[in-house]
Structure formats: C-alpha cells, structure tokens
Design a protein around this ligand. Structure first.
Ligand code: DGP
Length: 141
C-alpha cells in the first residue's frame, strides 16, 4: 500500500492487471518491464508491498537475493547480453515511479543499449569517509 490503495505491482501480482510473467514463488514475482531500457529488461518484485528497500522484511529481502542471480542468468541467456545492470530506486527524487520495491535487471549491449551511468569523478575525502563509515557501523551495531 502507498496511501492510494494497492500498488500497480500488487495488482499485477494478484492477476488483476496483465504482465509478461517470467517467475513466481511464495515471496517473489518477476515480469518484463513495460518500458524496457533494453531487450529483456525485467523487474523482480517482492510480493510484500514495502515502498522502499529499507522497509522490506529480512524474509522478503532474502527471497529476492536468492532469485536475482538466477533470473539475471536467464535474462542474459535469452537476450544474448553478457553484461547487465541491477538497479533499484527508492523515493521519487531517486527516480522511483512505482512505490513498491522492485529491482530492474537491465541487459547492457555493446551498441550502448541499456542503462547509462553518470559516474562521479569526485574522490571521497578521507576524513569525511572515516567519519561516515564509523557512524554507519555504529547504527548497524
Ligand atoms: P522505477 O522508476 O524504478 O520506479 O521503475 C518503474 C518501472 O516499472 C518502469 O521502468 C516502468 C515499469 N512499469 C510501470 N508500470 C508498469 C506496468 O503496469 N507493467 C509493467 N510490466 N511495468 C510497469
């Protein structure tokens, strides 16, 4: 749920809306993206309707983690790609448009087809890095 009733992905999972399904188990559902960035662009979605990854249960996260490599391998075999990106957006400002956790598997082709990546060339400041890493370690316990 995201405040406006079930997400579009929950409705797909429930069979209320059509999709090109590629995989399903008790906790995970996977289907082709309706606006593919390249041939074979596939979404892997927990059935649990968490909005963002940080809100997902460990059980669903483990289930997703188990199948991501397996589905990726199948997508590569079918698309003919040997390289791919796994992308996961959280929050509108981070380019999330469907507010139900999902992972994109996006085959990358030599001709440029697939995801473009705006790589940073700004080096991490060593002192700032030490402080941030220490704070994250403290939160993780
Ligand atoms: P994101 O920006 O990370 O929230 O990506 C959402 C993706 O979901 C986007 O690539 C398009 C896809 N999508 C949105 N609505 C539908 C739908 O109804 N069916 C399918 N198959 N994909 C959808």
């Amino acid at each position: 749920m995201n405040g406006d009733g079930p997400s579009i992905f929950t409705r797909i999972i429930n069979g209320e809306l059509p999709c090109h399904k590629v995989y399903e188990d008790d906790l995970v559902f996977s289907f082709l993206d309706v606006n593919p960035m390249s041939t074979g662009h596939t979404l892997v979605v927990p059935k649990e309707p968490a909005v963002t990854l940080d809100a997902l249960s460990e059980e669903s996260a483990a289930a997703i983690g188990r199948v991501l490599p397996i589905i990726s391998k199948a997508v590569l075999e079918v698309s003919g790609a040997t390289e791919f990106n796994v992308l996961q957006n959280n929050g509108a400002n981070a380019y999330q448009s469907v507010f139900h956790v999902h992972f994109h598997i996006i085959p990358k082709f030599k001709d440029g087809g697939g995801l473009s990546w705006p790589m940073s060339t700004m080096p991490l400041d060593n002192e700032e890095g030490s402080q941030i890493a220490a704070k994250i370690r403290a939160v993780l316990g």
